[in-house]
Structure formats: structure tokens, C-alpha cells
Design a binder for this molecule. Sequence first.
Ligand SMILES: *Cc1c(COP(=O)(O)O)cnc(C)c1O
Length: 386
Amino acid sequence: MRLDWLAERLAEIEALGLYRRRRVVERIHGAQALVEGRPVLNFCSNDYLGLADHPDVVAAFRRGADMYGVGSGASHWVTGHSPPHHALEEELADFTGRERALLFSTGYMANLGVIAALAGRGDWVFEDRLNHASLLDGGLLSGARLKRYAHADAEALRSLLAECPAAVKLIASDGVFSMDGDLAPLPELSKLASQTNASLMIDDAHGLGVVGPTGRGVVEHFGLGVADVPVLVGTLGKAFGTFGAFVAGSEDLIEYLIQTCRPAIYTTALPPAVAEATRASLRLLIAETWRRDKLRLLIKRFRLGAAQLRLNLLASDTPIQPILVGDNHAAVQASQSLLAAGFLVSAIRPPTVPEGTARLRITLSAAHQESDVERLLEALAGLNFD
Ligand SMILES: *Cc1c(COP(=O)(O)O)cnc(C)c1O
């Protein structure tokens, strides 16, 4: 075994300020977290609606475990497809206004699987530069030619499409950009797709449940329909507060994935209890409109306060409210100072974001109170970002 190079490489990563350390978070309850025995306010979770520990969701999970046990025991294609899985797929299809939905174990696998199913050698895949790693990896893994266009730049995409000789063209984009919080220019993307006979796939991991008048995500926000965005990916680990992912679309799309999609076929199905819990969280996500209303108020309050502090905010109206820092070490330092002051805020560095754009990724949740946001703003006012 010749692995001596690992230590050297690790030292290099450390020197670049890019070393990643996982922290043990002992408990999370609503907006509160316990880190190293100390209570802190959590401003970096993706549990935007505060559903991850909702009593109804937890009770559904328990009921599911009592009924079906813990593990699903097999792939959906063998014996792993249970009644809660099937019901959840139907409810997600209904929620997104599509004919069918297909569950995946994670959003990462959904993106790998869907892109590889829809494009391959000889085809072209077009992706926003700031797409989530799973979409980019999906593009690479598919064997298709991967073309990345400048962030949210429909004109750049238009020129790339114009020079594409391939018959099969797939455009894939985040709906809400996960590290920036802004929205993809969906109307332009869908127009380009139809003009050039390309397919459009949107990963709305951060939009579903949050964005749009009824939480149906970026498609609803822009007043678009199923025909505009025929392939929709959603994840269940964010606003849904549980775990897993799904793809929603036409009968043919889902049937084709059932026949060919390797990251769905060759893996164990989600625990049925997770599907039960997600059914409960979907009901809350639809019915409890106050969660979205509250979130909008908190976002407004935070942006107003941060602008007064002249913090380097990005143009985002979503719960993802990053503060651009630039330098990797400075971003980590700011995150550590915030932790010492009782706030959990993660520093995001390359390669998750482009070089020189390290940031604090602050996320808001309906579990926060306005006073929590005010306390965070006070702590940010005391920070020195150099
Ligand atoms: C989180 C995320 C994923 C991955 O979903 P998981 O279920 O956590 O694997 C995919 N796409 C985007 C845009 C995400 O933010």
C-alpha cells in the first residue's frame, strides 16, 4: 500500500484553508442546536419549514416503523416497494401536478440517474456553472458532452445550443441555487428549450415547499406549467424535513426511468417509515401556509438588517441568504466567531463555490423567531470580516 501521498495532500488542503471538519451536533430541536454541550441557534439547516421534528412527522415515522420495521429489505424492483412508498409517489405527483413520480434514496442519486437516463454518448448536456455538484457529476457520468454556461445567463446558453449538432440536448439547472439563493431564469430556459428542441430538467431541491404562492416551487413562482419543465427533481431532506428524493413527470418519463435508471434500480429502497413521515410532512407543507408567510417575513427582516450593516448580501429572496466573504480563512474565522457567540452558520468554500467567493451561508427557517434573526444581526454587526 503506497498511500504516503495522502498526508502530503492533506497538509496542502489545510494550508489552502480548505480543510473540512465535521462537527458533532448533539441535538437539533427547531432552531436550537446543541454543539459541544452548548446551546446555539441553528442558521445553517435546510429544514426551511421547521418540519424535521414536527410531532406529526415523528409520530408517522414511529407508526411506519411499527408497521414495516426499519429497513425496506430490498430495492423497489424486488420486494422493497411498500404501500407508503406507493402512496407517497402518488401524492408527490399530485402535489407537483404531474402524471407520475418516482422515489429515489437521495437527491444526489436522482440527479445522476435522471441525467444518465436522458443523455449519453453523442448527446449534449447543458448546465449552469453554479449547478449543484450532483447535477454536474450526473452530466459527467452520463458520457454526454457537458457544456457549462455562465450563471443564469440564457444568452450564453443560447450560443452553446446554436453550435450543438447533437439530436439529443438536455438542459439541467438548479431551480433555486443552493449556495446563492437566487432563482434560475426559468421562462428563458424553457423558451430556449422549446425553440431548440431540447429537454429541460429542473432540480428544485430548495424551491419546493418554500417558493411560489402555495410552495410548489420555482415552476409555480414563474407561472409555468408541466410542458415548460417536463422533468422536475425534488428532494425530501430540505423543506420536507425527512429524507430521500423524487422525480416527477409524464407517464412515459417515469416508466422509462423504471426500465433503465441504474441509481434507482440498484439500491435499497428508502425505509417505508421515512415514506410515512414524508406523507405527514407533505400534508403539513400544503396546509400550514403560515410557515411560508413567516419565512417571508423573516427573510425580509434579515435582509433589511443586513443591508443596514452593509453586509455583502447576494440577490436572494429565498431562505438561503449568503454573506460573501471572499477569503477561505476569513470565512472560517467568521463562522468560528459566530459559533463562539452562540450561532451555527457554516462557511462555504471552494470547490462548493467558485475560487475567491467563500461565504457564510445563512439559512432561515419557519422555526426561527424574529428575535432570533435580530440576535444574529447583532452578532454579525460585531464581526470583522478581514
Ligand atoms: C441537497 C441538494 C441535492 C442532493 O439532495 P440529497 O437528497 O441531499 O442527496 C441535489 N440538488 C440540490 C440543488 C441540492 O441542494
